[in-house]
Design a protein around this ligand. Structure first.
Ligand code: ADP
Ligand code: MG
Length: 339
């Protein structure tokens, strides 16, 4: 059985004046022990996909449809008790910004203790476990630091505290939402390596959200490329780099040096702007920026379907990209800034 199956997930922001389709029919699954990447430009729906899995969506956001099966049970249909038993114990999340996830008025011990609340350990055993967790994530002298507050920690150390908190309940699946983006570049690599080694050591599966192709190349087994709330392409990492079959993936790789193989290279925005999610035109959301687009691309969005076994693409003409070696150059609109 798959550990997690997401089927046709839709998550919208619904207000009186508009409906923003942040996640618009997303399907993928996660195998035991694998690292699955969610890659895409900012605003493509990666975070909302992750948050939906734990039903951490705030109004006016709403999950409109789909299924999220964890070990065969639909999380979207669970009652509060069942959901509480999943959160932290089965599935944990690490957010991009540690300061928003950690509570400034609680010391580290109390903070991590919250993630152990439902375990049956005695207070003494919990203390031991917290020190063990802090040591695991590489915080020096955990016995003394345990009574300090988050503001006494550097950004990197705070992110380690958040990771320790996420690991408190020994989850089987870790959702890591751009876990190092808020950190200094000098320590991003360290923290990413730490997450990877903990994942291996504890035998977890992981969904890794990133806009960094270097991170994908180094850490992910399979990857889904997201754009405008949909998955454009999904395949194993090696194939994604060797033979991208969706023009958007080509554009992503072309927008940075060395076809993304350079470690730590960041995506530069592609020319043109992503579509307005509250007023999506018919057709493929990428067609206005795609030099390979034909008439049908402007009328209907292609289903996501296999181009080879295990390699899915949502393009009417995936065969066009096979021999396509040039970059997809997006025409720059007049007066438009590359931000
Ligand atoms: P990503 O993580 O890929 O950068 P998100 O999943 O955070 O993108 O957001 C997807 C889209 O949802 C955004 O483009 C934005 O339009 C919309 N969105 C996110 N948060 C809100 C919000 N609080 N209210 C309205 N729309 C939102
Ligand atoms: Mg995000």
């Amino acid at each position: 059985m798959k550990l997690l199956e997401v089927k046709d997930l839709r998550m919208f922001f619904v207000t009186r004046t508009e409906t923003i389709k942040a996640v618009n029919g997303v399907s993928f699954d996660i195998n035991e022990g694998e690292t699955f990447g969610l890659l895409g430009e900012s605003g493509s729906g990666k975070s909302m996909t992750c948050r939906s899995i734990l039903r951490l969506i705030k109004r006016p956001g709403r999950i409109m449809g789909g299924e999220i099966l964890y070990k065969g049970q639909d999380i979207l249909k669970m009652n509060k008790t069942a959901l509480r038993n999943i959160r932290g114990k089965e599935i944990s999340i690490i957010f991009q910004e540690p300061m928003t996830a950690l509570n400034p008025v609680l010391n580290i011990k109390t903070q991590i203790n919250e993630s152990l609340l439902r375990s049956r350990l005695t207070q003494r055993a919990k203390q031991k476990r917290i020190i063990e967790l802090l040591r695991l994530v590489g915080i020096p002298s955990p016995e003394t630091r345990i009574s300090e507050y988050t503001h006494q920690f550097s950004g990197g150390m705070r992110q380690r505290v958040m990771i320790a908190t996420a690991l408190g309940g020994s989850p089987k699946l870790l959702l890591a939402d751009e876990p190092t983006t808020a950190l200094d570049v000098t320590i991003q690599d360290q923290v990413m390596k730490l997450i990877n080694s903990l994942k291996e050591q504890l035998g977890m599966s992981m969904i890794l959200v990133t806009h960094d192709l270097g991170v994908v190349a180094q850490m992910c087994d399979r990857v889904a490329v997201m754009y405008a709330g949909v998955i454009m392409e999904l395949t194993d990492t090696v194939t994604l780099f060797a033979r991208p079959r969706h023009p958007y993936t080509h554009a992503l790789m072309g927008s940075i040096p060395a076809h993304g193989k350079e470690r730590g290279s960041k995506l530069e925005p592609i020319m043109g702007s992503p579509p307005n999610l509250s007023d999506l035109p018919p057709g493929c959301p990428f067609w206005p920026r795609c030099t390979l687009a034909e008439d049908i691309c402007k009328r209907e969005m292609a289903d996501i379907r296999p181009v080879t076994p295990g390699h899915l693409s949502r393009c009417h003409f995936p065969e066009k990209t096979v021999h396509f070696t040039g970059l997809i150059k997006m025409p720059r609109e007049q007066g438009e800034e590359r931000v």
